[in-house]
Design a protein around this ligand. Structure first.
Ligand code: HEC
Length: 118
């Protein structure tokens, strides 16, 4: 590495790449513990199911958003709103209510954002 600026280039490129491709976090037992404050009976399997549904149903129109990009209250509104969009779009799978619930539980558990971006 002869060029003293190449480190900045490398850093910049990796920032750029990570900004474009969000890989949403895999839930852990610690997340389950936090989730039980909102959903007393929730299990790790259910959170993982929510992540799977999130990847499956929320990618036809745009890339996955970081769970931290929205607050709990915002996710609770956004998921049904997106399901309506999916319902109106002809070539895109409908998002059943139980799937919406599962995705909402995953996203509202994983976000740590407390201030709305909107
Ligand atoms: C039918 C296409 C479609 C599907 C399926 C879809 N979205 Fe979206 N989404 C959009 C469009 C279009 C926007 C751009 C902003 C808008 O129109 O609200 C958007 C924007 C967003 C935003 C940015 C904030 C906002 O309210 O604009 C979030 C977050 C989001 N989507 C999450 C999701 C999640 C979670 C799912 C799965 C439950 C999902 N999307 C599925 C079309 C879709």
């Amino acid at each position: 590495m002869n060029n003293p600026y190449s480190i900045f280039y490398t850093l910049g490129m990796s920032l750029l790449i990570s900004a474009c491709a969000v890989r949403p976090a895999q839930p852990t037992e610690a997340d389950v513990l936090r989730a039980t404050e909102m959903y007393p009976d929730i299990t790790l399997d259910q959170l993982n199911q929510g992540l799977d549904y999130y990847k499956q149903y929320c990618t036809p129109c745009h890339k996955l958003k970081d769970p931290n990009s929205e607050t709990v209250a915002d996710w609770q509104k956004i998921v049904p709103a997106m399901a309506k969009k999916a319902g109106r779009a002809e070539d895109i799978a409908d998002i059943p209510e139980d799937v919406q619930l599962s995705i909402t539980r995953y996203l509202t558990t994983m976000t740590t954002r407390t201030v709305s971006a909107q």
